[in-house]
Ligand binder design. Structure first.
Ligand SMILES: [Zn+2]
Length: 159
């Protein structure tokens, strides 16, 4: 690239290779931090609710995405839910066959309008069904770090 380079053909994309050093700190944000802290410390999920829109967000949001109201009240919604939808994967990312198929599900958390996408555990792929009740499987408390890895998956509800 020269300093006087001009784009003469707008239909031909151009690019430059290089590296840009970037220093950053990733944070979960206020709502995300509350969510993961509750999982780590209490083994439960938190939600925020917009009373105006009658929507309960899981994972919690700091602002309602419908009316932009600031949401500051967190409620414990527990770790149970049901399979809203799912897919079964038989292949690894490299195309090789999995030893066992895995089920990836969208789990709607009970009493909320939100959910978590995660793997189902302990449920045979030919027995999974939409509407099936499930419960989050969390790492043992001593092993939790306050991140998404604290959720191992979802399995049959504990009684
Ligand atoms: Zn709202």
């Amino acid at each position: 690239m020269s300093i006087s380079e001009k784009i003469t053909k707008t239909t031909t994309p151009t690019y430059w290779e290089g590296e840009i050093p970037v220093n950053y700190i990733y944070t979960f944000g206020l709502a995300g931090e509350a969510f993961f802290r509750a999982i780590k410390d209490k083994g439960t999920f938190l939600a925020t609710r917009c009373e105006e829109c009658e929507v309960t967000f899981v994972p919690p949001k700091a602002y309602c995405d419908r009316c932009f109201e600031k949401l500051e009240k967190y409620v414990d919604v527990g770790t149970t839910g049901y399979v809203e939808t799912y897919t079964v994967t038989f292949r690894n990312m490299d195309g090789s066959a999995k030893k066992l198929p895995r089920i990836l599900a969208m789990v709607r958390i009970d009493g909320t309008d939100g959910g978590i996408i995660h793997y189902l555990q302990g449920i045979p792929f030919d027995e999974v069904a939409i509407g099936m009740p499930v419960q989050a499987i969390l790492k043992p408390k001593a092993e939790r770090v306050g991140g998404i890895e604290d959720i191992v998956g979802f399995g049959p509800p504990k009684r």
